[in-house]
Write a protein that binds this ligand. Sequence first.
Ligand code: GDP
Length: 528
Amino acid sequence: MSFLKEIQRRRTFGIISHPDAGKTTLTEKLLLFGGAIQEAGAVKSNKIKKGATSDFMEIERQRGISVATSVLAFEYDGVKINILDTPGHKDFAEDTFRTLTAVDSVIVVIDVAKGVEEQTEKLVEVCRMRHIPMIVFINKMDREGKDAFDLLDEVEQKLGLSVTPLSFPIGMGYDFKGIYNIWEKNINLFSGDSRKDIEETIEISDLDSPELTKLIGEKSAKTLREEIELVEGIYPPFDKDAYLNGQLQPVFFGSALNNFGVRELLDCFVEIAPKPRPKQSEERLVKPEEDKFSGFVFKIHANMDPNHRDRLAFVKIVSGTFERNKPYLHVRHGKKLKFSSPNAFFAEKKEIVDISYPGDIVGLHDTGNFKIGDTLTEGEVINYKGVPSFSPEHFRYINNADPLKSKQLFKGIDQLMDEGVAQLFTLELNGRKVIGTVGALQYEVIQYRLEHEYGAKCTYENLNVYKACWVDPKDSKTEEYKDFIRVKQRFLAKDKQNQLVFLADSHFSLEMTQQKYPSLKFHFTSEF
Ligand code: GDP
């Protein structure tokens, strides 16, 4: 197959949702359609269960699972689909944000009874800002939930989306009868048999046909006709360009658990979802069709096996082909590296591959060369943008608990920060180290891993910080900036990239500081 065909047939996306909405179940059903797995229960959920915060074995186990499910690839209808895993647990939100820099589109799963939940709001906001094409899947239609129109309203209002349904439920919960496929103009009746992998659809040329009444009964047929009329009156017709530009989001209804409404979603997805898209680097826009390879690291995973303490760096291929044993430029280090065993990911396994294409993810064994955001190329100096750090929400001093192991401690901290587990800030005043994280769980992960992987011990000490913001002086020579540096010295730190960070101790003090120094810009992500 030609290089261009290989690009065109790839779809790389992420499924995002609040925990428990059905992301794992949907992923599994998608894999079943691709024939990539044989039975339900094969996809492990990587969610961190409640109460796991003190169970290190659980954390370790979960980390192992999430390596396996980081990328799930399968073929469907001649299309190569790469699903990137996005942890739903809020303590791992940063991991998910970073993964979103490597997807070309997303599917948002919403629980019909719970509607739009907190994590969904945060994740969708990031996608919206990046104009990532989104499809919404409203799940658990076999249960009593919210009225379809109310839910569509909620999605528009809480998520700031502009939706158009491409399928519509016939009843719900106990009365759930099936789905009218607006996209294909046919009906699929619900049987509740999750093992059916190819559902029987009934073509309905016209909603007024008596056949419809025969199939679902007079009352339901009448309701459906009225509802579809309403849908057509309220929502804009589907427009592929608007979807691809992130301006319109098609909505599907179904029940992942019963494998119902999933085929409709998948068939439409392979038809409309974007192929690998061009990516902006600091230097220029890079197109997938370019013949020279380039890609970036969006995730790093430590090896679970204590005998192999290397790490796996996940690289998204942006342009050209990635080939085994070919030397590539590690742009930040300015040196060439060769990879003898790049991994490609399939549903349940990873395998060494000789060649990968734009849209694909390769896993590279790494002994400490990579950090998140690093770019690899065939020689050109390109730095991909868009793997930002987010302002952490928890802050603690980290102290060395074993003076004989300080080298190990620093090495461990350094590597864990490169993996993106947390962020390190060094106070300007006294050089003390502060660890900032998005979730409290990370402190235990760090402590545990420092001890078990690096043989170092640490303790934490509380520190009162409300938010960390990156300071952009615009002009560092102004009196205003100098005054800021002098007055706020106690609250200033440097991040690992040596960027200046202001550690505000309260919402109030942050606001006051912003008012007092209007020419300085305070950013909540490291990318500005
Ligand atoms: P995740 O946290 O988003 O990955 O959610 P899971 O896929 O693990 O699903 C959470 C729970 O919801 C599990 O108990 C699933 O069996 C259940 N579930 C998922 N989809 C459906 C559905 O369509 N109908 C019903 N009734 N339950 C579902």
